[in-house]
Design a protein around this ligand. Structure first.
Ligand SMILES: [Zn+2]
Length: 394
């Protein structure tokens, strides 16, 4: 039976080792793999490293390291765990693996580049533990969510579930635009609010609920009507917009503003027992005007207050919007870009329709005129007055 020293010596004979100086020459080309423990990693790491503690190497290698011929430099604190790690990677089929002699200690002593990674605290690791377990999210993905900004248009039926789940997920900044007050007739579906909040500003009620759910989240409120005069300022700096508005003029206004600012919009709409979701990513997929060049006549497009809506329906559609927002933030899977998901609660069916970008689209088409942000009437044609007050020449 081999002692630890003998075993290490044998392993080192079977793997390749290189010095920190030669490792540094590979920065930017090879994947640097840190196999130390969390607390060691948190105190300092090589920039751009992939972090997999030695105990998780076998289970997480495939999801975090990519192709088997990826060049990999494995390191630990002093070069022993990385030697065993390199052998494990060989056994898993990785063909270009080296272990760094002397580990991070020698690297640091030789004054090579290192950083202190932004890290979750113990409470956050516990709170977001089920996210961190997902290799597709992990600690770095959770960190990214905490640094992300999502703007919700509306603290109503769609905005309620979307905001609750985004806050629970730890999206660090949630902006909410709504100019209404809570009414008892909202409570059938708008689960951000409750009986005690009737008569309160919806944005204030939303902020209370979300802050109680997750104090990590900074809730920024906009108690205004979204209009041509403020839309560009309000959406500026957000990573993703979740659209829960219920009228065509606002959707067209948002579409044009989001194209200008190049911010993706997760669109949701509900009607009686049916809902729809799509993602409009500026100039990568269709926009709202590609999908619907003109709004339907008002008599064919009654609002929820006229036509009614099943209270659970926005819960489903708004939750899907939250999923899409998180996918966009973390660059996960296939977002609904160029696809419209339609849900029918009575049939209990989901259907997906392709939506193509329209080369003739008046907003995002190749020959589209420069976008002008203007107030729209119920036909979604610009009024004669621009945001800055000047006259439009028709
Ligand atoms: Zn378009």
């Amino acid at each position: 039976m081999a002692s630890y020293r003998e075993l290490l010596t044998q392993v080192k004979q079977r793997i390749h080792e290189i010095q920190p100086v030669d490792s540094e020459a590979r920065l930017g080309q090879a994947t640097f793999l840190d196999v130390r423990e969390q607390d060691e990693h948190d105190q300092g790491t090589i920039p751009g490293s992939v972090f997999i503690p030695r105990g998780h190497l076998e289970s997480q290698a495939e999801s975090k390291l990519g192709a088997k011929d990826t060049p990999i430099v494995v390191y630990c604190a002093a070069g022993a765990r990385s030697a065993f790690g390199a052998e494990t990677l060989h056994q898993l089929g990785y063909t270009d693996v080296v272990s760094m002699v002397g580990g991070f200690s020698r690297w640091k002593n030789e004054d090579r580049p290192w950083i202190t990674p932004a890290a979750l605290d113990a409470e956050q690791r516990n709170r977001y533990g089920r996210h961190i377990l997902l290799p597709e999210v992990g600690e770095s993905g959770q960190q990214h969510l905490l640094e992300s900004n999502v703007l919700l248009l509306g603290a109503g039926g769609l905005g309620s579930p979307a905001a609750l789940y985004l806050a629970a997920a730890g999206v660090g900044t949630l902006g909410i635009v709504d100019m209404d007050v809570v009414d008892a007739s909202n409570l059938q579906r708008q689960i951000l609010h409750n009986m005690d909040r009737i008569g309160e500003r919806k944005v204030d009620s939303a902020k209370k609920t979300l802050t109680q759910l997750n104090p990590d989240v900074d809730v920024v409120t906009y108690d205004v009507r979204l209009g041509a005069d403020n839309v560009l300022d309000i959406i500026d700096g957000y990573d993703v917009i979740v659209d829960g508005t219920d009228n065509f003029p606002t959707r067209y206004l948002l579409n044009d503003a989001s194209l200008l600012k190049r911010i993706p919009v997760v669109h949701g709409s509900i009607f009686r027992f049916e809902g729809q979701v799509s993602v409009f990513k500026p100039y990568e997929g269709p926009c709202y005007r590609c999908l619907l060049p003109q709004p339907p006549p008002p008599e064919l497009a009654p609002s929820c207050s006229e036509a009614g809506v099943l209270g659970v329906l926005p819960g489903i559609i708004g939750s899907i919007q939250a999923v899409e927002a998180i996918k966009l933030l973390l660059d996960l899977g296939d977002p609904l870009i160029g696809r419209l998901l339609a849900y029918d609660a009575l049939d209990e069916t989901f259907r997906t329709f392709k939506v193509r970008r329209d080369p003739e689209c008046p907003a995002c088409g190749e020959r589209a005129a420069p976008i002008v942000i203007a107030e729209y009437d119920e036909h979604c044609l610009p009024h004669a007055v621009l945001a800055d007050g000047t006259q439009l020449s028709h």
